[in-house]
Design a protein around this ligand. Sequence first.
Ligand SMILES: NC(=O)c1ccc[n+]([C@@H]2O[C@H](COP(=O)([O-])OP(=O)(O)OC[C@H]3O[C@@H](n4cnc5c(N)ncnc54)[C@H](OP(=O)(O)O)[C@@H]3O)[C@@H](O)[C@H]2O)c1
Length: 225
Amino acid sequence: MRISFIGAGAMAQAITKHAVNAGHDVMISNSRGTETLRQQSKTLGCKAGTVEEVVAFGEIVFIAIPLAAYRSIPVAPLVDKIVVDLLNYFPHRDGHIPELEDGEITTSELVARHLPLARIVKAFNAITVEDLEKDARPASSPDRRALPICGDNTEAKKVMIDLMDQLGFDVVDGGLLQDSWKFERFRPAYCVPLNRIKLEKVLSRTLRETKVPDGYWLTPGSIPD
Ligand SMILES: NC(=O)c1ccc[n+]([C@@H]2O[C@H](COP(=O)([O-])OP(=O)(O)OC[C@H]3O[C@@H](n4cnc5c(N)ncnc54)[C@H](OP(=O)(O)O)[C@@H]3O)[C@@H](O)[C@H]2O)c1
């Protein structure tokens, strides 16, 4: 498939490595222009382009930028495209967004307001970039990690589940974009390595009032049975 990234930072690079290994055609972009990506794209074995070029190129377009920049994403070229939102909200970095701070909407719903006609899938937000690099496993590996996704479009989710399987991960469907708070920051499934059965269990037990401290995934024993 043609897979592209708005962004060329840590997350875009980690996913690009897996996608190129799986035989996909990848293009990355950043805010500073194609020239600044020449060496990086050569090392990764992918193409580099402008933001306009990557949104035109990708059958799946990842948004891999700080959440604060979401309004810069082009709207019209992403109509009907599968758009992957891997954003997390960090107020100190992204600024004060009351609806996110109050938990009234998910980060994906914020992105969906900006891209109402894109087929948005929330994915890859609940894993650290370090784990993303090292935890990919072939299908059927006994220690394969599962990642949660959400989305309002069933077909787009199917495509993503298949892609994530190729990239080395099992997937648990967490429901609609409005349900993706269950694996945003401060929730038990956020960045904790879990297999499919454990992840399903953790998501089903996560209620609105279920909160964990920042860095929970680093705490020994935080992984539930
Ligand atoms: N790092 C993690 O462990 C992790 C895990 C899960 C989810 N996430 C989320 O994934 C997103 C990306 O994280 P990251 O760690 O990859 O960040 P990063 O390493 O800081 O990279 C951000 C990239 O976005 C580009 N960028 C910024 N504004 C842009 C714009 N308006 N248009 C095009 N490109 C733009 C930057 O390019 P320039 O330098 O040219 O601006 C840079 O290539 C964030 O929302 C983060 O919260 C991160």
